[in-house]
Design a protein around this ligand. Structure first.
Ligand SMILES: C[S@@+](CC[C@H](N)C(=O)[O-])C[C@H]1O[C@@H](n2cnc3c(N)ncnc32)[C@H](O)[C@@H]1O
Length: 215
Protein backbone atom coordinates (compact mmCIF):
# COMPACT_ATOMS: atom_id res chain seq x y z
CA UNK A 1 0.00 0.00 0.00
CA UNK A 2 2.77 2.43 1.00
CA UNK A 3 4.58 1.51 -2.21
CA UNK A 4 1.47 2.19 -4.27
CA UNK A 5 1.13 5.62 -2.66
CA UNK A 6 4.78 6.40 -3.37
CA UNK A 7 4.30 5.32 -7.00
CA UNK A 8 1.24 7.53 -7.53
CA UNK A 9 3.02 10.46 -5.86
CA UNK A 10 5.92 10.01 -8.30
CA UNK A 11 3.47 9.89 -11.20
CA UNK A 12 1.80 13.14 -10.10
CA UNK A 13 5.18 14.81 -9.64
CA UNK A 14 6.36 13.74 -13.13
CA UNK A 15 3.06 14.84 -14.64
CA UNK A 16 3.32 18.35 -13.19
CA UNK A 17 7.03 18.59 -13.98
CA UNK A 18 6.03 17.99 -17.62
CA UNK A 19 3.05 20.34 -17.84
CA UNK A 20 4.26 23.17 -15.56
CA UNK A 21 4.75 25.70 -18.40
CA UNK A 22 1.38 24.96 -20.03
CA UNK A 23 -0.41 24.98 -16.66
CA UNK A 24 1.21 28.31 -15.88
CA UNK A 25 0.09 29.82 -19.18
CA UNK A 26 -3.49 28.64 -18.59
CA UNK A 27 -3.49 30.10 -15.09
CA UNK A 28 -2.20 33.42 -16.44
CA UNK A 29 -4.92 33.86 -19.05
CA UNK A 30 -7.93 32.67 -17.06
CA UNK A 31 -7.98 35.45 -14.46
CA UNK A 32 -7.67 33.11 -11.42
CA UNK A 33 -5.18 35.41 -9.79
CA UNK A 34 -7.54 38.42 -9.78
CA UNK A 35 -10.46 36.30 -8.57
CA UNK A 36 -8.41 34.91 -5.68
CA UNK A 37 -7.07 38.38 -4.84
CA UNK A 38 -10.57 39.88 -4.80
CA UNK A 39 -11.83 37.18 -2.45
CA UNK A 40 -8.83 37.37 -0.09
CA UNK A 41 -9.10 41.16 0.05
CA UNK A 42 -12.67 40.79 1.33
CA UNK A 43 -11.54 38.79 4.38
CA UNK A 44 -10.33 39.92 7.75
CA UNK A 45 -7.31 37.68 8.07
CA UNK A 46 -5.50 39.56 10.85
CA UNK A 47 -2.09 39.07 9.28
CA UNK A 48 0.87 41.29 10.11
CA UNK A 49 4.60 41.53 9.53
CA UNK A 50 5.16 38.58 11.91
CA UNK A 51 2.75 36.22 10.15
CA UNK A 52 3.72 32.99 8.44
CA UNK A 53 1.69 31.75 5.49
CA UNK A 54 1.69 28.46 3.58
CA UNK A 55 0.45 27.88 0.03
CA UNK A 56 0.09 24.09 0.08
CA UNK A 57 0.28 22.51 -3.38
CA UNK A 58 1.33 25.86 -4.80
CA UNK A 59 1.97 24.67 -8.36
CA UNK A 60 3.19 27.52 -10.51
CA UNK A 61 2.26 30.04 -7.82
CA UNK A 62 -1.07 31.51 -8.88
CA UNK A 63 -2.61 31.53 -5.36
CA UNK A 64 0.51 33.07 -3.80
CA UNK A 65 0.47 35.72 -6.55
CA UNK A 66 -3.21 36.40 -5.81
CA UNK A 67 -2.40 36.67 -2.11
CA UNK A 68 0.27 39.32 -2.77
CA UNK A 69 -2.01 41.13 -5.25
CA UNK A 70 -4.49 41.44 -2.39
CA UNK A 71 -1.87 43.52 -0.58
CA UNK A 72 -0.83 41.23 2.28
CA UNK A 73 2.73 41.55 3.57
CA UNK A 74 3.46 38.68 5.95
CA UNK A 75 6.87 37.85 7.37
CA UNK A 76 7.23 34.82 5.11
CA UNK A 77 5.20 32.75 2.66
CA UNK A 78 6.11 29.13 1.97
CA UNK A 79 5.10 27.80 -1.44
CA UNK A 80 5.15 24.01 -1.18
CA UNK A 81 4.65 21.51 -3.99
CA UNK A 82 5.74 18.05 -5.12
CA UNK A 83 6.77 19.30 -8.57
CA UNK A 84 10.23 20.83 -8.73
CA UNK A 85 9.57 22.29 -12.19
CA UNK A 86 6.36 23.97 -11.00
CA UNK A 87 8.26 25.49 -8.07
CA UNK A 88 10.94 26.76 -10.45
CA UNK A 89 8.31 28.37 -12.69
CA UNK A 90 6.63 29.89 -9.62
CA UNK A 91 9.91 31.39 -8.46
CA UNK A 92 10.40 33.04 -11.86
CA UNK A 93 6.87 34.50 -11.57
CA UNK A 94 7.54 35.82 -8.07
CA UNK A 95 10.79 37.46 -9.21
CA UNK A 96 9.13 39.15 -12.19
CA UNK A 97 6.03 40.34 -10.36
CA UNK A 98 6.02 43.86 -8.94
CA UNK A 99 3.33 43.22 -6.29
CA UNK A 100 5.10 40.14 -4.94
CA UNK A 101 8.03 40.30 -2.56
CA UNK A 102 10.01 37.28 -3.75
CA UNK A 103 12.62 37.75 -1.04
CA UNK A 104 9.96 36.75 1.51
CA UNK A 105 8.78 33.66 -0.35
CA UNK A 106 10.41 30.32 0.20
CA UNK A 107 9.76 27.54 -2.33
CA UNK A 108 9.81 24.09 -0.74
CA UNK A 109 9.56 20.74 -2.48
CA UNK A 110 7.39 18.52 -0.30
CA UNK A 111 4.27 16.46 0.25
CA UNK A 112 1.12 18.02 1.70
CA UNK A 113 0.60 14.86 3.75
CA UNK A 114 3.99 15.21 5.48
CA UNK A 115 4.54 18.93 5.83
CA UNK A 116 8.08 19.77 6.98
CA UNK A 117 6.85 22.24 9.60
CA UNK A 118 6.26 22.08 13.35
CA UNK A 119 2.78 21.99 14.88
CA UNK A 120 1.12 25.41 15.11
CA UNK A 121 3.52 27.19 12.73
CA UNK A 122 1.18 29.08 10.41
CA UNK A 123 -1.19 32.03 10.68
CA UNK A 124 -2.81 31.13 7.34
CA UNK A 125 -2.83 28.17 4.96
CA UNK A 126 -4.04 28.59 1.37
CA UNK A 127 -4.66 25.56 -0.79
CA UNK A 128 -6.16 25.12 -4.23
CA UNK A 129 -6.65 21.94 -6.24
CA UNK A 130 -4.31 19.65 -4.33
CA UNK A 131 -6.48 17.68 -1.90
CA UNK A 132 -8.02 16.08 -4.98
CA UNK A 133 -4.82 13.98 -5.14
CA UNK A 134 -4.83 12.74 -1.57
CA UNK A 135 -7.05 11.53 1.27
CA UNK A 136 -9.22 14.48 2.26
CA UNK A 137 -9.07 13.50 5.92
CA UNK A 138 -5.29 13.13 6.00
CA UNK A 139 -4.77 16.39 4.10
CA UNK A 140 -7.09 18.46 6.28
CA UNK A 141 -5.66 16.91 9.44
CA UNK A 142 -2.13 17.84 8.33
CA UNK A 143 -3.16 21.43 7.51
CA UNK A 144 -4.81 21.69 10.94
CA UNK A 145 -1.63 20.39 12.57
CA UNK A 146 0.57 23.16 11.15
CA UNK A 147 -1.94 25.97 11.77
CA UNK A 148 -2.08 27.98 14.97
CA UNK A 149 -5.29 27.73 17.00
CA UNK A 150 -8.08 29.89 15.50
CA UNK A 151 -5.98 30.49 12.35
CA UNK A 152 -7.66 30.15 8.95
CA UNK A 153 -7.47 27.70 6.09
CA UNK A 154 -8.63 29.02 2.72
CA UNK A 155 -9.62 25.81 0.98
CA UNK A 156 -10.28 26.11 -2.77
CA UNK A 157 -11.37 22.67 -3.94
CA UNK A 158 -12.43 21.62 -7.41
CA UNK A 159 -16.21 21.39 -7.24
CA UNK A 160 -17.99 18.39 -8.69
CA UNK A 161 -19.39 19.80 -11.96
CA UNK A 162 -19.14 19.28 -15.71
CA UNK A 163 -15.94 21.32 -15.87
CA UNK A 164 -14.72 19.45 -12.78
CA UNK A 165 -15.26 16.13 -14.58
CA UNK A 166 -13.21 17.33 -17.55
CA UNK A 167 -10.44 18.46 -15.20
CA UNK A 168 -10.53 15.05 -13.46
CA UNK A 169 -9.61 13.45 -16.79
CA UNK A 170 -7.07 16.08 -17.85
CA UNK A 171 -5.29 16.28 -14.49
CA UNK A 172 -5.87 12.74 -13.27
CA UNK A 173 -7.44 13.62 -9.91
CA UNK A 174 -10.71 12.99 -8.11
CA UNK A 175 -13.01 15.73 -6.85
CA UNK A 176 -14.47 15.28 -3.37
CA UNK A 177 -18.26 15.66 -2.94
CA UNK A 178 -19.17 18.94 -1.24
CA UNK A 179 -20.99 17.14 1.62
CA UNK A 180 -17.83 15.11 2.28
CA UNK A 181 -15.68 18.26 2.36
CA UNK A 182 -18.12 19.80 4.85
CA UNK A 183 -18.27 16.69 7.04
CA UNK A 184 -14.52 16.02 7.19
CA UNK A 185 -13.59 19.71 7.57
CA UNK A 186 -15.62 19.84 10.76
CA UNK A 187 -13.41 17.22 12.40
CA UNK A 188 -10.60 19.78 12.59
CA UNK A 189 -12.13 23.15 11.71
CA UNK A 190 -15.15 25.32 12.10
CA UNK A 191 -16.61 26.31 8.74
CA UNK A 192 -16.77 30.12 8.89
CA UNK A 193 -17.41 30.85 5.22
CA UNK A 194 -18.58 29.21 2.05
CA UNK A 195 -18.00 31.31 -1.06
CA UNK A 196 -19.14 30.75 -4.60
CA UNK A 197 -17.12 32.60 -7.24
CA UNK A 198 -19.36 34.49 -9.69
CA UNK A 199 -19.88 32.36 -12.84
CA UNK A 200 -18.62 35.34 -14.87
CA UNK A 201 -15.17 34.54 -13.46
CA UNK A 202 -13.61 31.41 -15.04
CA UNK A 203 -12.48 30.15 -11.63
CA UNK A 204 -16.19 29.90 -10.73
CA UNK A 205 -16.71 27.18 -13.37
CA UNK A 206 -14.58 24.70 -11.46
CA UNK A 207 -13.76 25.98 -7.98
CA UNK A 208 -15.44 27.09 -4.78
CA UNK A 209 -14.08 28.26 -1.45
CA UNK A 210 -14.44 27.07 2.12
CA UNK A 211 -13.10 29.40 4.77
CA UNK A 212 -12.17 27.23 7.73
CA UNK A 213 -10.96 28.15 11.21
CA UNK A 214 -8.87 25.75 13.23
CA UNK A 215 -10.67 24.50 16.34
C1 LIG B 1 -4.24 21.40 -10.03
S1 LIG B 1 -2.61 21.85 -9.53
C2 LIG B 1 -2.96 23.27 -8.54
C3 LIG B 1 -1.75 24.16 -8.40
C4 LIG B 1 -2.03 25.52 -7.79
N1 LIG B 1 -2.49 25.43 -6.42
C5 LIG B 1 -3.03 26.27 -8.64
O1 LIG B 1 -4.14 26.54 -8.15
O2 LIG B 1 -2.70 26.56 -9.80
C6 LIG B 1 -2.22 20.62 -8.30
C7 LIG B 1 -0.81 20.77 -7.69
O3 LIG B 1 -0.74 19.91 -6.57
C8 LIG B 1 0.55 19.33 -6.55
N2 LIG B 1 0.45 18.09 -5.76
C9 LIG B 1 -0.26 16.97 -6.01
N3 LIG B 1 -0.15 16.09 -4.98
C10 LIG B 1 0.66 16.69 -4.06
C11 LIG B 1 1.14 16.30 -2.78
N4 LIG B 1 0.84 15.12 -2.24
N5 LIG B 1 1.95 17.16 -2.11
C12 LIG B 1 2.28 18.37 -2.64
N6 LIG B 1 1.84 18.79 -3.85
C13 LIG B 1 1.04 17.97 -4.55
C14 LIG B 1 0.91 19.10 -8.01
O4 LIG B 1 2.30 18.97 -8.18
C15 LIG B 1 0.33 20.37 -8.63
O5 LIG B 1 1.27 21.40 -8.68
Amino acid sequence: MAQKTKKSKGKTQNFYDTIADVHNLMMKVNGYRDSVAKYLRSLELNLDSKSLVLDAGSGTGIVTLGFYSAGFQPKKTFALDLSFKSLKVSQEQFEKDKKTDETNICAVQGNVLRLPFADGTFDLVLTCGVLEYVSLDKGLKEFARVLKKDAKLVLIPVKPSMVGSVLEILYNFKTHPVEKVEKISQRYFEIVGNYKFPLGEPIGWSKMIFLLQKK
